[in-house]
Design a binder for this molecule. Structure first.
Ligand SMILES: Cc1cc2nc3c(=O)[nH]c(=O)nc-3n(C[C@H](O)[C@H](O)[C@H](O)COP(=O)(O)OP(=O)(O)OC[C@H]3O[C@@H](n4cnc5c(N)ncnc54)[C@H](O)[C@@H]3O)c2cc1C
Length: 290
């Protein structure tokens, strides 16, 4: 397979590189809230130049980029060390899911506030006993007048503490085979029945959360893709997660590995210098990272 960029793709990359050179916001501040505000501003600047929904169709406020251009966008933004956008899960996964499965009213209601970062989204799929085997999930949705009442627990919910909406997969039919009894909802996080508890990592960052859902209410119009069709809709979300976010992540890992190698090399050379000056011998070459 020939992965050489076409002249159009090179032009896309060069336009983006020039824009990033003129608009790069600099290093991200430390601390969850400060970093979040910084990412919000960054997304709004990208959106003003039609870069936020880079692969979204133009009719929904995107740039209509091809898959290769989207890969270029993810690689170049990470390579330039620009921060991620604040609404990354909605831009990469939630919006494309609404575009693929949503009604006209849902597209009208949800897509624009995703691009402008006025409404942040999170993804409520994983549960304490349902990770890789997602179809075994137990969060329960019970039909009520005009909507659904949902009870259960989610885990690893990235950015739930900033989110207005949750892409929630819940079991709406207890008797159907496990892949067929699921429905995909958009749950309003701003209600009493939803509690977010941070999972603080070793870095001190509370990026992930546990989500405790106790009789949360979701109106019928917030079902995406039809009752009982949650598995197919969830697969759409996950395909977008794999296809888009991964392009940037592999560059991020490469940069982080390079930084680690540099740190290791400078530490090793400092150590050998101080050993050499203690023993009075000439400095040997560090033996690591040859
Ligand atoms: C950075 C990050 C962000 C995340 N953000 C979110 C989020 O926002 N929302 C959300 O819902 N989830 C999120 N997750 C959770 C992620 O989707 C889960 O880690 C995933 O569902 C796996 O579940 P688990 O951790 O319970 O692992 P398990 O399912 O328990 O798997 C543990 C290990 O066993 C292996 N394994 C499992 N089953 C089998 C099998 N049948 N055969 C062979 N091997 C098997 C797996 O490959 C894995 O190595 C996030 C995870 C990460 C790492």
């Amino acid at each position: 397979m020939d992965l050489t960029l076409s002249p159009q793709e090179e032009a896309f990359r060069d336009e983006l590189r020039a824009w990033l050179a003129d608009n790069h916001p600099g290093p991200e501040p430390e601390g969850d809230e400060a970093a979040f505000r910084f990412r919000l501003e960054w997304q709004r600047r990208l959106n003003a130049a039609d870069w936020a929904g880079v692969s979204w169709p133009k009719e929904f406020g995107g740039r209509g980029a091809t898959l290769v251009e989207q890969a270029i966008f993810n690689e170049e933004t990470v390579r330039s060390k620009a921060p991620p956008m604040a609404n990354v899960l909605a831009l990469a996964m939630g919006g494309p899911t609404v575009i693929a499965h949503g009604t006209e009213e849902q597209k009208e209601r949800y897509l624009q506030p995703i691009l402008s970062a006025d409404e942040i989204w999170c993804q409520g799929f994983s549960e304490p006993d349902s990770g890789s085997d997602l179809a075994s999930l137990k969060t329960r949705a019970v039909k009520a007048d005009g909507g659904w009442v949902v009870t259960g627990q989610k885990v690893w919910t990235t950015f739930a503490h900033h989110a207005k909406w949750c892409m929630l997969v819940a079991r709406s039919d207890q008797d159907a085979p496990k892949h067929k009894g699921l429905t995909y909802f958009l749950m309003d996080m701003e209600q009493e029945g939803v509690q977010v508890r941070p999972l603080v990592q070793i870095t001190g960052e509370p990026e992930f959360n546990e989500l405790f859902i106790e009789e949360a209410e979701i109106p019928d119009e917030n079902v995406i893709g039809g009752v009982g069709n949650g598995w197919a809709v969830a697969i759409t979300t996950l395909m977008h997660e794999r296809a888009t976010l991964a392009f940037g992540l592999q560059v991020q890992v490469k940069i982080a590995l390079g930084q680690l190698m540099e740190l290791g090399a400078s530490t090793a050379s400092r150590t050998t210098r101080s050993c050499a000056s203690a023993s009075g011998s000439s400095t040997p070459r560090p033996r690591f990272f040859a």
